[in-house]
Structure formats: structure tokens, C-alpha cells
Ligand binder design. Structure first.
Ligand SMILES: Cc1ncc(COP(=O)(O)O)c(C=O)c1O
Length: 317
């Protein structure tokens, strides 16, 4: 906050359009080549730009059945067709992506781990998928929630991206860094793709305060450790308690839980949403994802988590 407030003194000046200090900080922190990093107004900006440079009318782009909702929007905005690869019980399977590939496929967008399901692919699965797709297809791996993952078989995939010309990894300061309102995302790309993105993007999409605050946030790894520890404690706790109450809880590697409200519960997802909202606890409704009987609960403070559980216990028991 201190850096954010101080940066308000610089508001008369345009931001550095190449985000050079932030790019350097990211390159140093993650040990990545600076000339392959691009920053954007959230990773959303970069996802949309990638769709724009790779897709056109008549092209196809593959996403998983319950993929993050921004991908279809970005794909459709180019005139291309969204192809949904099936999941098995909300779990992504690389075979269904492979069987969806056609001569028209130009891109694959994967959130790893995925919002809203919380599911993930292992680095072996990502590597195998990449090895089996034609090299002209762009593979976008969106690692927005990477910091929360506890599965030992997970890896963001920078190593794979370093060696290949058709993988882009996107990251964000919106999740574990808690800076969603600041709008800073970034991507590690093949140099050629980074150069094209840089040519077509709005030059000043990451403002002065966002650049400076993101650099400071990167230095504050104590905050990240605190948040990820808190998540690792509460994710299993909440998942177990919600299952006991009768919700069907999907395993999650993120900072949220996707849960189904089965008929046996006696209350619909909408009724539960309304009850919790009336107490100031806002869950995410899933109608937009075609999952009207589901709710997504973000892990909150200890107080908020306990309040959710006690309200649900009172309602259901
Ligand atoms: C999987 C995933 N990717 C990307 C984003 C967008 O992040 P940003 O705030 O960096 O645009 C989100 C936000 O909800 C997300 O869930």
C-alpha cells in the first residue's frame, strides 16, 4: 500500500510502456529471459491478444468442458469456433483434447489449475499433450492459481515453454498477491510471439501504480507464504465439513471450492446463495457455466469460513 500511495505522486507522467522494471523483477525472480516476458492489464488482456493474433473466422480453438469463462469470449471475439473437450467427472483428460484436434485447430487454452473446477493437469500430462499436438498449434497454459497448488506433480511449465516455440504461460498478480483491482498480469512467451503481442497491445495498459506495486508485491513473499499456508489449512477443512453436510465437493488445487447442492440437501444452490448473501457472505453462482446447482466458495478469513460453516450447519441440520 505504501508503494501504491507513493506512486500517486507520479501520476502526471505516462507509464513505461515496456514495463522494464517489472519485467526485470519478474525475470530475476523466476529466472526467465526478460525479452520473452510481456505484462498486461491483467492476464485477461494477454489472453485476448493471444486469441486475436492466432485466430480468425473458420479457425477452431479447444478448451475444456468447464474451462475459465474468458477463453470462449476471447475466442469468439475473433470469429473462431470454440471446441469443448470433454472432462471426466470434472477432471480434464488430455486424450479428449487430442481427439478434438482438427486441421482447423489453431490454439488450445488450458487453465492449470482450472477455475471454476479447481482441477489440474500434472506437468507430465502437459508435456505429453504438447508433444502430441502439431507445432503450429499454440498452447496457452494459464497458471493464474499456480501458487496455491500442493500436488507434487504440478509444475507451471516454464521449463517446457523455454524449449518450445508454441507455448505461452500466463500468470497474474490478481490471485495470491491479492491485487485484482490493480490489473497486472504477465506472460512468458516465445520471443516472436512476445514481439507481436508488444506491437499490437495498447502501449500504456499497465499504469504507473500497477507497475510499481507489482514489483513491491513480488518482494513480499512473506505475504504469499502466509496466504498459501492459510489456504492449505482451510481448503481441506472446509471441503471435509461441506461434504459432511451433504454437498458434493470437487477436489481443488485453488483457493476456492466448487460444490454441488444435490436435491438430498433440501435446499437449492440459489436458496443457499440467498441465505449466505443476506449475511454478507457472497458465493459465486455457476449459471454462467451451465452449472445452476453448483456454488463456488472462495476460502476466506478464519472468521468468514467459520461463519459459512455455522450458517450452513444451522440450515441443514
Ligand atoms: C484461470 C484464470 N485465468 C485468468 C484470470 C484473469 O486474471 P487477471 O485478473 O490477471 O485478468 C482469472 C480470473 O478470474 C482466472 O480465473
Amino acid at each position: 500500500m505504501k508503494v501504491f500511495k507513493e506512486s500517486c505522486e507520479d501520476l502526471a507522467f505516462y507509464p513505461d510502456s515496456s514495463n522494464s522494471d517489472l519485467v526485470k523483477a519478474l525475470g530475476d525472480y523466476y529466472n526467465l529471459e526478460e525479452n520473452r516476458i510481456i505484462c498486461g492489464c491483467g492476464s485477461d488482456e494477454i489472453l485476448h491478444l493471444l486469441a486475436r493474433i492466432y485466430l480468425d473466422k473458420g479457425d477452431e480453438a479447444i478448451v475444456f468442458e468447464n474451462a475459465f469463462a474468458v477463453y470462449p469470449l476471447a475466442i469468439q471475439s475473433t470469429g473462431a469456433t470454440v471446441v469443448r473437450a470433454r472432462e471426466k467427472n470434472f477432471k480434464p483428460e488430455i486424450d479428449t483434447i487430442l481427439s478434438s484436434v482438427t486441421d482447423n485447430t489453431k490454439a488450445i487454452f488450458i487453465a492449470n489449475p482450472n477455475n471454476p473446477t479447481g482441477s489440474m493437469l500434472t506437468i507430465d500430462e502437459i508435456t505429453e499433450l504438447h508433444s502430441k499436438i502439431p507445432t503450429n498449434i499454440l498452447m496457452v497454459v494459464d497458471a493464474a492459481y499456480a501458487e496455491y497448488v500442493r500436488d507434487q506433480n504440478y509444475d507451471v511449465g516454464f521449463g517446457l515453454a523455454k524449449k518450445n516455440e508454441n507455448i505461452v504461460i500466463t500468470r497474474t498478480f490478481s490471485k495470491v498477491y491479492g491485487l485484482a483491482g490493480l490489473r497486472v498480469g504477465w506472460a512468458y512467451c516465445p520471443k516472436e510471439i512476445k514481439d507481436i503481442l508488444y506491437r499490437i497491445k495498447v502501449p500504456f495498459s499497465v499504469n504507473v501504480a500497477a507497475q510499481k506495486t507489482a514489483i513491491q508485491a513480488l518482494k513480499d513473499q512473506d505475504h504469499i507464504n502466509f496466504s498459501t499456508k492459510h489456504n492449505s489449512l482451510w481448503l481441506p477443512k472446509l471441503s471435509e465439513s461441506l461434504s459432511h453436510l451433504g454437498f458434493v465437493v470437487l477436489p481443488s488445487e485453488c483457493n476456492f471450492i466448487l460444490m454441488q447442492c444435490p436435491e438430498s440437501l433440501g435446499f437449492s444452490a440459489n436458496q443457499i446463495y440467498e441465505l449466505l448473501s443476506s449475511k454478507g457472505l457472497i458465493l459465486r453462482q455457476m449459471d454462467e457455466y451451465g452449472l445452476p446447482d453448483f456454488l463456488r466458495l472462495t476460502i476466506g478469513s478464519e472468521e468468514a469460513n467459520n461463519l459459512v460453516l455455522s450458517l450452513l450447519e444451522d440450515l441443514i441440520n
